[in-house]
Design a protein around this ligand. Sequence first.
Ligand SMILES: [Zn+2]
Length: 274
Amino acid sequence: MYTYSDLEKDILSLKKTEREIIGASTLDKNIYALHKGEGKSRVLIHGAIHAREFLTAKLLIELLKDYDGSLPLTVIPMVNPDGVDLCNLGLDSIYDKSRRDYLYSVNGKSSDFTLWKANANAVDLNVNFDAGFGKGKLNLTYPAPENYIGEKPFSERESIALKSITEKNRYSLTVSYHSRGEVLYYGYENIVRYKEQVNKIADKLGYQPLLSKGSHGGYKDWYTLNFSGLGITVETGLDNASYPLSDKVFEKMLKDNKDILAFYAETASEIGKI
Ligand SMILES: [Zn+2]
């Protein structure tokens, strides 16, 4: 388990870390960006945009605790706090009865939200970005536990928050943490950049680099389409693990990602200003 309140507690214990609130979720929880190092950050790393992948938030916090480099970096550990709490705590995490009823019905009249990926509007945030919106093979046009694109690109507060911080700071490298598969996705449609850096990061993680195919509406897709830096998606965690992911899976994630933040910060400074 890893909830929004676990995250808030952990954030308070972080040393030499600047905390910024970059927006609010559908149910008014804070979306935090954490800054470490000196100077202008060229790398943005985010996790838990998909509810059931909440261990990526815990992972990023643990990695931040260990990071003592001087190169600046920015981490948004939990893009989708409402979804994370729904997944961890079920409908008890929702105060408003009409919303509770709505989510229960979207979830096929089940109280088990273990596999939920969306936010509290039942929109899958990682298909809500403006890059081939609605063209993904698995995309749905109605509220669902996963794959619902929303009414329009950036219909959701959480995707807007991620868009705004990205546009404001023009990062050279963006890394989206998902689980699972132990692979790294890069590129969007025909756009492929910084293949050498992709390979180095994949090597360091011990994950296979894969050219992204048929993916639309994701953050990495949107970033790759609109900026000239490198956007990657890291799928961490054993491919055959089932949800909720076990402590053993988490231990492996930690091991795979050891010192990776420093590597991202170096890669971003290598790419330079975009
Ligand atoms: Zn995901």
